[in-house]
Structures are given as structure tokens and as C-alpha cells.
Design a protein around this ligand. Structure first.
Ligand code: MN
Length: 711
């Protein structure tokens, strides 16, 4: 489609695959009629009619199932700038939302300043205003830039480089923060093509050289993995996956050799449920040796743009390294389209609201930018901070609970503390990084686990910290501490505290602070105003936790998959040379357990543990049984694992088993007391192996106790 000239008829056909109602389709057609009339006679630099540009932008947006308002605004996005029409007239024809979206996109485009610095400052500011007013403005802008990048060949080389640089520094990082991987990736590849054509084409050529060979490996590996999953009843889809040229460039740039970039051979597995991700991982690690330190659990610990997936690299077919991603279909939709994935789930207004909510409440970059924007600093400082500390040059460190915190390169524990919460920052007395006490000036590195030691009666930050902190955000908060009157400070603290608690409970801030709800809260707590409420939370008179009723949704219990194990030749019963046996479901003996047989009516002999409660040893039908010296099959064993954490430790459970080459066949959550309790079914060769597994589990600090179940 990319090279074929777009027409409205073609576009409408695509739109019609997911927007069905007549009114919406009529409105979109109306926006086309107007745009077509207004752009009549205008040409693009490529020589095509101008209208092909807005139509192409709309077409890009259909790939992420954009709603009707976004499509209308995309088709109209250049009319305010290039044609003779006002925002008021647009509003009369198309309503407030569409007119505002068009106006928002126009404002970003329309920057008339002389110096590059002024230009950038305004550009950033407008993008930020755009995101906070309606994130759809930025999504249209990203699609607009994508189409312009696709047709960049038509402009002079100097301008090509400028646009490509700007795309790489601002728009691609924003797409990345919004989780819009597909668009981000194409923007990056196109930018590289114009910024460093020699490098770009060199990578393309190298990729093409071995393409056939690579694809063959990938498809064979996919077949093998698919068989493995099928044999274990895990419904899935599996795809080969091409690395983006830009990501290869980044690795080469870091000094890697082309031949050493393992993720050139890459597959992706999609399953229905989160637990199946871990099961699939366990199966794969049992069959293919994983490469040390290459697996990452972004499901339990999502990236800061909310990306979720399991990543691992294994020695696959013929010893070739394969990078494997495992995630659910929902996670995949988010991984490709980020916040825009909400269009695919919810129609119309709800999708737009969900997108805005996620952006404002869950994306760390949004909060950072808004905070910077609120601080009084020069425009130049603002741009430098957003560009260098928020959108680029980041490191990712963890809280002791495993939450990821995004910081600027060079950040110290002070920056970390203030990023978590101003209150934490203000009461910091020390820091522990990866279990070692470090000075507050310690430079944090990717992957560090940071624990801040606080003291509630602390007098507040020291002025010296202004020299230690790296980020503008932390510095501003330290300055604020010294500047603010205490009342104001408590209000801000309280607001932050409440918002954090709401986020933690996945409650929309807008919903919670609706006048009706707030009035009730004020009444019950005998308060005058919202600021009053914040003030009381800020100085700890009211607990934000208590304000929010916790309603945890119940987890769905997965059905246990019936697994029939062949015991052929593994068990000797009495003196009978060959008799049909099966493992009793009540006690699940494994080789090494003392066993006994029970002659059933018409179903051969069932094999129980000698200690099984269901066995009456006086019974006539009891018959002696023992394991063969060398058993061949693997046997199920059910374990109950008691943990001291509510964090998801599915990964540790599967990985610990994988390290012993033991396959975990099923995991489910039994309940939550002080910590989550898991039920795990492992397939083991014998009792020794099972005991080793139990021991390894008990060595994990998060696991308190492991029980083998006798039903
Ligand atoms: Mn445009």
C-alpha cells in the first residue's frame, strides 16, 4: 500500500473494516470533502496532489484503529495552516473535539522563530501541551511525521538531515514513551537512512546476504517450539520476527560485531494467559539451554512505558542463538501500539479517555515533563532537561519491590529518592545499592536495586545536595523545600500521596476527584476544601490508604490440565510380568517413594505411596509394587509454595526448576495471605530430583515453605 497512491475510496474501505456506523462514516467523508476542496490545486514536493498527504496520515492511523475524531482531524490536519479557514468555522462544522485536535496539531507545526534553540523550545512546549490536553494530538503528529519521513526524498538534503535529526531526538522517543513501538521503529529506521545512509545501506546489505539461511533456521525453530507447546496443550501463535535496522545500528555502535548480534534470529510466542507465558518459558528452558543473564521478566516488572513480555536467549537449532519473546495477545497489542492499543479494545470516547488516563497516570515521562513544565526555569533549561534527562540518556533502576524507576544517566540516590516521592527525598539519610551502603553521591547504574534509608524526624535536605543531585527535577524539589511555606508544601505532598495511592489501586484520578465524590469525602472528614484534604494527607492526619477502599478483583483459577503418564516398564507389581498400572491421583508417587499397588475393578493396578491415607493395608486387593531400577518416565508432583511477598514470582519458580532441568507443567495462585501461595505441578524423574527442587525453592528468600501435597 505504501507505494500505491492513496484515494479516499481506498481509505474508506479500510476504515469500514472497523468503523461500521453510518453517522461516523458520513462525518469522515465530510471531512474529506472539505479537505479536498480546500487543498484543491496544492501540490506536494513529490509532485502528487496535496490531499494524498492527509489521506496517507489517516491511513497510517487506521493501522492502530484510530477513532473517528482522530481520523477526521488527521484528514483536516493541514487546513488551518495552509488554507483559508478558521478554527471557529471548523468547530461549527465538526464540533469542539475535532476542531481542537486539528488546532493542536497545527500549533505544533506552526512555529515561527528564528534561532534553532527558540524553535526547539517552542516545539517541546507545544508537544507537551498537546500531550496534556489530548494525547491524540501527538498520535496524529507522529503519523504526520511518519508519512513525511516516508516521502523525505523529495526535499533538499540539508532539510532531510534536519528533519531526521529532530525525528530521532524528539518524536521517536515520544513514540517510545507512549509504547508505540511500531511507529517508533519505522521513524528510527527512516531517520537513520537519511542521517547515515552508508551505515543504513551497509546493514541492509548484510541482512540480505544471509536472509534465506536465517529465515530457514527461524522457520524450523518455530516448528520445533510449536510442537513442544502443542504437546503440552498450550494454545499459541508463533511468529518469526525481524530486528529493526536502527536497533542493529545501536548495537554495532556500542562495539558489537555484526556476527555476534544474537537476536538476529528471533521468534515471538503469543499465548492467552499470563501463566502460560511462564509455562512456555519453562518448557523452552527445559529443552534448550538458556544463555546466562539473558532472560528478563518484563511481565512481573514492566518497562516504564508499560511494555510487558518475557525475553530469553537460548541455544536453539544447531546451537544457534535464538532470542525468544513470550507474551499474551493483549500484551502484544500493547507492545506494538502502546497507549493507542486502547482503540482496539474500546470504541469511541472510552478509548480516548483510557488513553489519556494511562498517559497521565502510568507513564513516568509524563509526570516528569509536567513537573519540569511547572517549575520556574528558563525555556532553555527546560528544553535541555526534557531532551537530556527525560527523553534520552536514561538508566533504569529498581526499587526493592521490583518497580522500575527511569532516571537520567549520572543520577544519584538523591535523584532516585526524589523521583519516588518528594517526602522520601526530603527525609533521606542514606542509601543501599545492591545490598551495599553507598555514599549519596554514588552514580547509579542500569539494573541497580536501590533502597533509600529515611528518617521521618529528619530536618530535610541539605543544601549540599544541590551539588550532588544530577536531575533538574530533584534539584527543583530540593530548592522547593527551602522556598515553600509549610502549608503549601503539605498540600503538594498530600496531593502526590493521594494520587500515588489512587494509581496503586488503579483508580482514575479524574473519577475520584469528581465534585460529587469529593463533597462526600469532605463531609465525612469535616473538611472545607480539596486543598484542606490534601493538607491533612500531607501532614499525615488523614491516611490516603484509608480514604480509598480496596477492592481487589478475584483471580481466575485456571483449570488443571489432565496429564496421563505412561508408567510402562517403570513399575514391577508382585510377580506379574506385565500388568497395566497407573499413578494414583491422590498421592502422586514418584520413583524413589515407597509404593504399593491396589487392584482396581477393570482399570489395572493403581500405584499409591505406601503412606497414602486412602490405602487400607489390610485390604485383599493390595499388592506389592516397586520401582524398576531405572525408570524412564517423568512423574507429576504437586507442590504448594508459601511465599512472603505479593509480588509475582512466577518467573523465579519456573526458572529455579529450569536450572535443574525440571519442567513446570502448571502453576496457579491458590490465595494470598501475607504472601501469595502457589500451586505448582512439576514433572520429575525421581524423588532425589524432587527433593533437590524443594530445597532450591526453600533457598529463595521470597519462599517460606514448600509442601508436597497428599490429597
Ligand atoms: Mn502534515
Amino acid at each position: 500500500m505504501k507505494n500505491e497512491l492513496i484515494t479516499y475510496e481506498k481509505l474508506e474501505k479500510i476504515i469500514n473494516t472497523y468503523i461500521k456506523d453510518k453517522d461516523s462514516l458520513n462525518l469522515i467523508r465530510k471531512s474529506y470533502d472539505l479537505a479536498n476542496r480546500l487543498h484543491d490545486g496544492q501540490k506536494r514536493r513529490t509532485g502528487e496532489d496535496y490531499i494524498t498527504h492527509p489521506l496517507s496520515v489517516a491511513e497510517i492511523l487506521t493501522t492502530i484503529k484510530a477513532d473517528k475524531e482522530t481520523l477526521c482531524a488527521a484528514i483536516l490536519h493541514d487546513v488551518l495552516e495552509d488554507c483559508d479557514i478558521t478554527k471557529e468555522e471548523l468547530e461549527k462544522e465538526f464540533g469542539h473535539t475535532i476542531a481542537s485536535l486539528v488546532d493542536g496539531v497545527t500549533k505544533i507545526n506552526n512555529i515561527n522563530v528564528s534561532t534553532e534553540n527558540d524553535y526547539l523550545t517552542n516545539y517541546y512546549k507545544k508537544i507537551i501541551v498537546g500531550i496534556s490536553e489530548d494525547v491524540r494530538v501527538i498520535i496524529i503528529k507522529l503519523a504526520d511525521r511518519l508519512h513525511n519521513m516516508r516521502t523525505l526524498y523529495a526535499i533538499p538534503i540539508e532539510r532531510q538531515k534536519l528533519k531526521a535529526k529532530e525525528t530521532l531526538e524528539i518524536l521517536a522517543p515520544i513514540a517510545h514513551r507512549l509504547g508505540m513501538h511500531k511507529i517508533k521503529s519505522e521513524l528510527e529506521d527512516l531517520s537513520l537512512r537519511y542521517l547515515k545512509p552508508e551505515v543504513y545501506y551497509d546493514i541492509v546489505e548484510k541482512l540480505n546476504n544471509k536472509k534465506v539461511e536465517r529465515e530457514e533456521y527461524v522457520s524450523k525453530m518455530m516448528e520445533e517450539v510449536s510442537k513442544l507447546l502443542k504437546a503440552n496443550n498450550i494454545k499459541h501463535e508463533i511468529k518469526g520476527r525481524a530486528k529493526s535496522i536502527y536497533s542493529i545500528y545501536k548495537k554495532l555502535d556500542k562495539g558489537k560485531q555484526f556476527s555476534n548480534i544474537y537476536d538476529l534470529l528471533a521468534i515471538r510466542i503469543l499465548v492467552n494467559k499470563e501463566q502460560e507465558c511462564y509455562l512456555a518459558l519453562g518448557l523452552i528452558h527445559s529443552k534448550y539451554k538458556p544463555m546466562a543473564k539473558r532472560f528478563k521478566d518484563y511481565i512481573a516488572m514492566p518497562k516504564t512505558n508499560l511494555y510487558q513480555s518475557l525475553h530469553t536467549t537460548v541455544f536453539g537449532l544447531d546451537g544457534h542463538l535464538f532470542e525468544i519473546q513470550i507474551r499474551t495477545f493483549d500484551m502484544d497489542e500493547y507492545a506494538e501500539n502502546g497507549v493507542a492499543s486502547h482503540w482496539a479494545y474500546k470504541e469511541g470516547k472510552d478509548g480516548a479517555i483510557a488513553m489519556q488516563n494511562i498517559t497521565e497516570k502510568k507513564l513516568q515521562f509524563y509526570k516528569s515533563i509536567i513537573e519540569l513544565n511547572e517549575d520556574k526555569m528558563s525555556a532553555k533549561e527546560f528544553v535541555a532537561s526534557v531532551k537530556d534527562e527525560v527523553l534520552n540518556n536514561n538508566i533504569y533502576v529498581y526499587t526493592p519491590k521490583g518497580d522500575v524507576i527511569e532516571l537520567a544517566k549520572g543520577a544519584t540516590p538523591i535523584d532516585f529518592a526524589y523521583k519516588v516521592h518528594s517526602k522520601v527525598g526530603d527525609t533521606t539519610t542514606g542509601a543501599i545499592v545492591n545490598d551495599l551502603i553507598v555514599p549519596l553521591s554514588y552514580e547509579l547504574k542500569n539494573g541497580d536495586i536501590v533502597k533509600i534509608i529515611t528518617n521521618k524526624s529528619s530536618q530535610g535536605p541539605s543544601r549540599e545536595w544541590l551539588n550532588i543531585a544530577k536531575t533538574t527535577q530533584a534539584k527543583n524539589k530540593i530548592k522547593n523545600f527551602f522556598n515553600k511555606t509549610s502549608k503549601e508544601e503539605y498540600i503538594t505532598l498530600g496531593k502526590e500521596e493521594l494520587e500515588k495511592e489512587l494509581r496503586r489501586n488503579k483508580i482514575s484520578i479524574t473519577e475520584f476527584t469528581k465534585q460529587k465524590n469529593i463533597n462526600e469525602i469532605l463531609k465525612t472528614n469535616k473538611l472545607e476544601s480539596l486543598d484542606d484534604l490534601y493538607f491533612n494527607i500531607g501532614n499525615n492526619k488523614i491516611s490516603a490508604k484509608a480514604l480509598i477502599k480496596q477492592e481487589q478483583p478475584k483471580e481466575e483459577q485456571p483449570k488443571k490440565v489432565e496429564h496421563i503418564i505412561s508408567t510402562e516398564n517403570d513399575i514391577l507389581v508382585g510377580n506379574i510380568p506385565s500388568i497395566q498400572t497407573h499413578i494414583a491421583n491422590c498421592c502422586l508417587p514418584v520413583p524413589g517413594d515407597n509404593i504399593v499397588g491396589y487392584i482396581t475393578r477393570g482399570n489395572g493396578v493403581s500405584i499409591h505411596k505406601m503412606s497414602c491415607q486412602n490405602i487400607n493395608h489390610e485390604d485383599d486387593r493390595i499388592i506389592s509394587a516397586k520401582w524398576n531400577n531405572k525408570t524412564k518416565n517423568k512423574y507429576e508432583s504437586d507442590l504448594v509454595i508459601y511465599t512472603n511477598t505479593k509480588d509475582n514470582i512466577l518467573f523465579d519458580i519456573v526458572q529455579t526448576a529450569s536450572n535443574l532441568a525440571i519442567q513446570v507443567e502448571n502453576i496457579s495462585t491458590l490465595g494470598k495471605e501475607t504472601g501469595t501461595i502457589y500451586s505448582v505441578t512439576a514433572l520429575v524423574n525421581n524423588l532425589d530430583e524432587l527433593n533437590k527442587l524443594i530445597l532450591s525453592y526453600e533457598h529463595l528468600t521470597k519462599i517460606i515453605r514448600v509442601e508436597r501435597i497428599n490429597k
